[in-house]
Design a protein around this ligand. Sequence first.
Ligand code: AHM
Ligand code: MG
Length: 332
Amino acid sequence: MYKNPSFRTPFDFIMEKTSDNQTERTPLLLITAAIEQGGRTMASLLRKGPLLGITGSAQIRNVQGEGVQTLDQIGQETFLGLFRRSRAVLSVLSEEAEMPEVLPCDEKTSLLVAMDPLDGSSNISVNAPIGSIFSIFRPPAPSSSSPEGLFLNASSPLLSAYLLYSVSTSLVLAFSGETRVFTLDPDTGEFLGDGSPWRFPDKGKIYSTNEAYLPRWEKPLQDYLSWIKKERNPSMILRYIGALVGDFHRNLLKGGIYLYPAEAGEKTSGKLRLLYEACPMAHIARNAGGIATDGKQDILTIVPRSVHQRVPLIVGSVDLVREFQERTGHPL
Ligand code: AHM
Ligand code: MG
């Protein structure tokens, strides 16, 4: 039996936090239910992975020139279908589609969804953690601008979420000043959590970054990493899963900092996309007492110029991110 007889669900969380916001309550409940259903579907497929022949490449490239995996396509179809059926989503922007897709909905109460349906694609074929990431925005007023304009003019996220498919399936939701962590019971299909807000631990000692790229980083970042490894006291430890959701989740639970900075050469704006990777993680971090920057400014203050815009991302425990900013010459 469960260790806690009074676990709470995402439904309870949204109900509790929208007691004075009846207008957005229904779309938020419908969208959260769609994310939960998508999580159940994906987790169930992933349990059989290679047996279903879904862990390989789709042999095509997406609009951003990246190789598409079969599970990228399955994630895209699964979540897009669920958001379409919810009739609470005005438009979906996805890593897997060039343009946002406008959906049938009740326009008065509908919201925008930006998503990375399958985060950490390179982990799929080796049975390592992967995830799905979502940010939910209010449409700008007036909401009659172009499909891209809706996302470029939206304010910072109203709600953010990620699913982490690993030893168990986690759902992390950030809304209205709180971040909560839920775990899927695969027998009942319920996501359950203890009903209390999650905060980044005060003291963290993990750094997560792909150190192989260090020669292409700017000098202040190289110096920072060298200081982390040789001089910082107390010393830090490296953990890198290679899926943003997995690395962020570890740091959220244990305390730490994740870095995907800009590089000389091909990745002058980093790798991660603002609207559906950096922004939701920044929002989840903020609601858990953490912080996210692009190295110079708070991620949540960046106004997007294009829907698939990339940004450097440094996110994690507030003390570690502040320390990073101070040592690289841009104190917060
Ligand atoms: P993806 O959306 O194609 O999976 O790319 C994003 C992923 C992140 O999850 C992860 O943090 C990063 O790419 C890893 O990149 P790298 O292999 O360059 O370290
Ligand atoms: Mg992705």
